[in-house]
Design a protein around this ligand. Structure first.
Ligand code: KIV
Ligand code: ZN
Length: 519
């Protein structure tokens, strides 16, 4: 990274350090390495891999990541203590682009109650430790912890000292998420006026989300000269989390008209990388989470659906494909209108209009009052005037599964028995990498349907070991994608039901559906 590249904002990802230290987000070394590779693919400029002095595990993870990544900067955190810096430098030894990130608090609260140091002692510590860090690497970042609650004049002095001692990046953390956007932005303006030579360094923001302002504060900092943003994927981090990387990146991209800045992030990798983090930590994001949440591009209200169908931009400021989603989902529910229903039916190959559409729409509204979301299988059943389980043509008669680990003979296998509407009864068995893979292989064989599994997710809908499990899957068949969903207390049964529902839909598309005229 070279200093002063006008319209570029550098993304410093701290998911593996500030993010990982929050409860429920810890990862082992193998998981950290997998995420680090994905973050590098995503295009982050610098990846903070950990705090090597904190534990042997952190040290080993930083060292492993440092030796693997070649185009991404790798940072390691250290307090203003020689042992911390030596440890961090050692962990970064094999990094192609190492960065030492040295910090000390500057606020009166921290000086008095935590560090028990005077302002003069803090300034001396900054000077000594930034200089010490520069003995190991060129790229030294200095952070003034709790900067937003520090006395501005003292903060400016701390940065003057850090700059003179050789820091190349000056970070201004809002450690406890206390700042307001205008105030935080003004702090950057103030520092740019009061620290001579500051333009030779990169100014950086680091915001926590205690008041839900982390992204707004980061943008205010950027508008006032910050050119590095410290953030985490899915906004994970201490307490309420850190500024969410995906939100900052998309705000910069969507509002380039105003901000006139860009990042090096490949935005189409945002959703896949976010999902990898969820899979590694088991920590989901809220359905309505901006950019990467399941509902982020789902339109349910009738007015919105009508608008989207006539012209996407009426209710969509970015395309779901831009962030790595397949396409915008029109979730049908009780707010959906006739236009959205007709459009979805048409996509399913059910062309209806006039009085027939009115009848289906009336039944759809009744069902929507009872059910929160309406899925494709429900719509087909409505159009056919029957229950969704009765449509077929395939029905699952029986399923048995063998699973196990270790011992010989415990190869995962599944046997299925199916009944076809034309009277055939088919039995098939198959082995697989795991029980779900075996079930899918057996169903593929039994129905003679060829497909590729694109996405498969299981989640608990309720708590406890007897929770209802929901399976969602996406498969590709002859160049088209089909989504399926099933719920059961038995996740293997839900997997089989979900896939069979999709196979049935593929088969039904081969012959036109007779639309019922029953009211
Ligand atoms: O929030 C904070 O102040 C930090 C620093 C160590 C950069 O995470
Ligand atoms: Zn932090």
């Amino acid at each position: 990274m070279s200093v002063g590249e006008g319209d570029r904002v550098f993304i410093f990802d701290t998911t593996l350090r500030d993010g990982e230290q929050s409860p429920g987000c810890s990862m082992d070394r193998r998981q950290k390495l997998a995420l680090a590779r994905a973050l590098a693919e995503l295009g982050v400029d610098v990846l903070e891999a950990g705090f090597p002095a904190a534990s042997e595990d952190d040290f080993a993870a930083v060292a492993a990541i440092a030796s693997e990544l070649s185009n991404t900067g790798v940072a390691a955190l250290a307090r203003c203590q020689r042992q911390d810096i030596e440890r961090a430098a050692k962990a970064l030894e094999r990094a192609k682009r190492p960065r030492l990130h040295v910090f000390i608090a500057t606020s009166p609260l921290h000086l008095e109650h935590k560090l028990k140091m005077s302002q003069e002692q803090v300034l001396a510590a900054i000077d000594a430790h930034v200089r010490f860090a520069r003995r190991f690497v060129d790229e030294v970042e200095f952070s003034a912890e709790d900067a937003s609650r520090s006395e501005p004049e003292f903060l400016a002095e701390a940065f003057r000292v850090a700059l003179a001692a050789g820091a190349r990046i000056l970070n201004v953390p809002d450690t406890v998420g206390y700042a307001l956007p205008a105030e935080y932005g003004a702090l950057f303006r103030f520092l740019r006026e009061r620290v001579p030579g500051i333009e030779q360094a990169i100014l950086s923001c680091h915001c926590h989300d205690d008041l839900g302002l982390a992204v707004a504060n980061s943008l205010a900092a950027i508008e006032n000269g910050a050119r590095q943003v410290e953030c985490t994927l899915n906004g994970i981090g201490e307490r309420a989390g850190n500024a969410a990387l995906e939100e900052i990146v998309m705000a910069l991209k969507v509002r380039r008209d105003r901000l006139r800045l860009q990042t090096g992030i490949d935005s189409t990798r945002l959703v896949p990388t976010s999902r990898l983090l969820i899979a590694l930590t088991g920590n989901p994001v809220a359905r309505h989470k901006a950019i990467v949440g399941e509902n982020a591009f789902a339109h349910e209200s009738g007015i919105h659906q009508h608008g989207i169908l006539s012209h996407r931009e009426t209710y969509e400021i970015m395309r779901p494909e831009e962030v790595g989603f397949e396409r915008s989902e029109l979730v049908l529910g009780k707010h959906s209108g006739r236009a959205a229903l007709a459009a979805r039916l048409q996509e399913l190959g059910i062309a209806v209009d006039g009085a027939e559409l009115d009848r289906i729409f009336a039944r759809f509204k009744q069902l929507a009052d009872r059910k929160k979301e309406i899925f494709d299988a429900d719509l087909e059943a409505l159009a056919l005037g029957c229950e969704r389980d009765q449509i077929g043509p395939w029905q699952l008669v029986s399923l048995s599964v063998q699973a196990g680990v270790g011992a010989a003979g415990s190869v995962p296998a599944a046997a299925v028995e199916l009944h076809h509407r034309d009277g055939r009864r088919v039995r098939e068995a198959a082995s697989g990498d795991g029980p779900v893979d075996a079930i899918f292989a057996a169903l593929k064989r039994a129905t003679g349907t060829d497909f590729q599994l694109v996405d498969f997710q299981i989640r608990a809908l309720t708590r406890g070991t007897d929770a209802q499990g929901e399976v969602r899957l996406l498969i590709e068949c002859e160049g088209r994608r089909f989504a399926g969903r099933a719920v059961s207390t038995d996740i293997l049964e839900a997997s089989a039901d979900g896939l069979l529902e999709v196979i049935n839909r593929i088969e039904r598309q081969k012959w036109p559906l007779p639309v019922s005229s029953a009211a």
